[in-house]
Ligand binder design. Structure first.
Ligand code: NAP
Length: 256
């Protein structure tokens, strides 16, 4: 059984989707949660559904300086952290021809810049507490080459590279740094595409070995593994949580 009692866990993008499911999984394991996102009402709703009230620290991570500022505010209210789940992120679906510099800046600002500045701002606190676990939420997009997602895929490749580099820097301090790479997960991030692209659910499911979209809870359980001592000798890794989409080819089965 996973026991995180006495641990303080920050989850960004905790107001819905994978972040909400992760906050609930860490709470069930006994951690004290610190929730961040932009929408205070949603964070308060998630907090009210936990077994103990969370500390709510809202932030818009698209703004310059916001990652470092959030780190300072988290340390001010929580005193320190043991577990950091960098989950907040936005999609960016553009063809190469449509893509603008503003699009690239927008998606890198939150998915990369804020993630790394928040994390480095919290590192000394984790080291002072004897170590910790950072879990970055990457994507199958970093390894699979999805159509129309050049900037988004770039942000998630950056996340995986930073995961390995930070794992090297912080290993001696007992801080483990890993990432999970979700595949196709049923959350609000897909709402518009599901409405506007006919057959999307079936087309994508066909490319998944397990033949179904994932749930936010499927990802949260993998994050819980990295947050806990079950993964005590694992650092610098990226774990696909994608039903077999990232590394398994899916083509028509030969009939003869
Ligand atoms: N769903 C998938 O299929 C999938 C696949 C691979 C990777 N991922 C990754 O998983 C993570 C979570 O995605 P999800 O599917 O759960 O998406 P989601 O339901 O859209 O949730 C995104 C979260 O990020 C927060 N957020 C968005 N913009 C923000 C900003 N500027 N500042 C601070 N917080 C912000 C949102 O809260 P507010 O709106 O309240 O700020 C929300 O809590 C993302 O990093 C995404 O790239 C998802």
């Amino acid at each position: 059984m996973i026991d995180l009692s006495g641990k303080i866990a920050l989850v960004t993008g905790a107001s819905r989707g994978i972040g909400e499911a992760t906050a609930k999984a860490l709470d069930r394991a006994g951690a004290q949660l610190v929730l961040s996102g932009r929408t205070v009402e949603d964070l308060d709703r998630v907090s009210a559904e936990l077994s103990r009230p969370a500390l709510v620290v809202p932030a818009d991570l698209s703004q310059p300086g916001s990652g470092s500022e959030l780190a300072e505010r988290v340390l001010a209210v929580a005193g320190g952290v043991d577990i950091v789940v960098n989950n907040a992120g936005i999609p960016m679906r553009r063809t190469p021809e449509e893509l603008t510099e503003a699009d690239v800046d927008a998606v890198f600002a939150i998915n990369v810049r804020a993630l790394v500045m928040l994390t480095v701002g919290l590192g000394p606190s984790m080291a002072a507490r004897g170590g910790g676990s950072v879990i970055n939420v990457s994507s199958v997009a970093a390894i699979r080459g999805p159509l129309g997602r050049v900037a988004y895929a770039g942000t998630k490749g950056a996340v995986d590279g930073m995961t390995r580099a930070l794992a090297a820097d912080w290993g001696p301090s007992g801080i483990r740094v890993n990432s999970v790479a979700p595949g196709i997960i049923t959350t609000a991030i897909w709402e518009e595409s599901r409405r506007t692209v006919p057959g999307l659910i079936e087309d994508l499911a066909e490319q998944i070995a397990l033949k179904r979209w994932g749930s936010a809870e499927d990802v949260a359980d993998a994050i819980l593994f990295f947050a806990s001592d079950l993964s005590r000798y694992v650092t610098g890794e990226t774990l696909g949580v994608d039903g077999g989409m990232g590394r398994i080819g899916a083509s028509a089965r030969p009939t003869s």
